[in-house]
Design a protein around this ligand. Structure first.
Ligand code: COA
Length: 325
């Protein structure tokens, strides 16, 4: 699945539409300030399948003036990961700590849930192995096992938490607070200006720990997914061509229905919606690819994308179908 990520202040509709089409994006993950999110909902991106996937809060602490407390949990030892030796323990926590954790990926039905924790593992591994100064990871060792970890990234004097987790059985014992204190002490001594954490608004445990260590709230952001679904297919793609005729959208619509009848032969098919995005005037014959990014035939729902190009290679239109059985 071709997933692109980026942060924006406000949405530029034509730039976004062009970007999605030129890069064959399946899912665009956009993070924007919560108070400008209306630029997305008001926009002409109306046709794309959009998901308000989560709301994040940002907390920060200014390090030069921060009065930090030392770690105070004698049950644990906090160690900086200088190589990948603690990775198995960290992976184990990621596999369990984030199971069912409701972040923005969970809001999107086309993102395979199994890939979410794999992405987190890769993220933490690259933080440890990046070799970038300021990219650090600490683990809390309790009774010879990894009970928690915190991976951080830093740039231009600003450090932030990349990912952290505490094993479920050991929560509420300030293990997180203690790793945090270790990280803050490191970045303060290393001369960094600030340290930030971002989390889902509903993650009260993380926010309480930050407040306890002197952080204050700095911002609120939303994460929006645009499912443009322009390259991924869970089933074999089908190529078709049809003359643009007097009504190119109707002509592509009809040609698509013929494909569905063939592909889902013997099934009682119901088209619950079709949205058409026109990019360029159609002429002559249109060559199209039909893909099926969400193919839950057993659950009764299939999503089909039809991407139609003119003979000169210009993208002419996209048709999005919701099919039910
Ligand atoms: C968030 C997390 C790291 C906290 O770890 P922890 O070791 O239990 O945290 P601490 O013991 O240091 O304290 C956390 C604070 O949250 C509170 N807390 C714990 N669970 C809570 C809950 N379910 N709801 C509200 N507050 C909670 C604690 O009482 C404490 O606050 P206090 O000092 O005001 O009493 C841990 O819950 C976790 O791994 N969660 C899953 C992964 C995750 O959320 N990662 C963070 C993404 S930003």
């Amino acid at each position: 699945m071709n997933i692109h990520r980026g942060g924006i202040e406000t949405l530029d509709v034509s730039k976004t539409r062009r970007y999605l089409a030129e890069n064959d994006v399946d899912v665009a993950i956009i993070r924007m300030p919560a108070d400008t999110q209306h630029t997305l909902w008001d926009s002409g991106l109306g046709g794309f399948w959009k998901i308000a996937a989560d709301t994040l809060t940002q907390y920060s602490i200014e390090l030069p003036s921060a009065e930090l407390s030392p770690p105070d949990n004698p049950e644990i030892e906090i160690i900086e990961c200088e190589d990948l030796r603690y990775l198995c323990g960290i992976d184990e926590i990621i596999s369990t700590a984030f199971k069912g954790y409701s972040n923005h990926y969970y809001s999107n039905p086309v993102v395979p849930k199994e890939s979410i924790s794999e992405g987190y593992k890769e993220w933490t591994r690259s933080c440890i192995a990046s070799g970038k100064p300021g990219h650090k990871c600490w683990v809390a060792i309790m009774e010879n096992r990894v009970a928690g970890f915190m991976a951080c990234a830093a740039e231009d004097g600003k450090a932030q938490i990349a990912l952290n987790g505490i094993e479920a059985a050991s929560r509420g014992r300030k293990i997180y607070g203690n790793i945090l204190r270790k990280a803050l002490d490191y970045y303060k001594k290393a001369g960094y200006e600030s340290f930030s954490g971002y989390t889902q608004a509903h993650n009260l445990a993380a926010q309480r720990a930050w407040v306890r260590e002197g952080f204050s709230i700095r911002g609120a952001f939303v994460t929006v997914h645009i499912n443009s679904l322009l390259s991924f297919s869970a089933m074999e793609k089908v190529k078709i061509s049809a003359p643009a005729g007097a009504n190119p959208a109707a002509s592509m619509h009809e040609a698509s229905l013929r494909v569905f009848e063939k592909v889902f032969k013997g099934k009682k098919l119901l088209i619950t919606s079709c949205h058409i995005e026109v990019f360029a005037e159609a002429a002559g014959d249109l060559e199209a690819t039909v893909s099926f990014p969400l193919a839950g035939i057993r659950t009764g729902a299939v999503f089909a994308t039809v991407k139609a190009h003119r003979a000169d290679g210009v993208l002419s239109m996209l048709l999005y179908f919701n099919l039910n059985f």
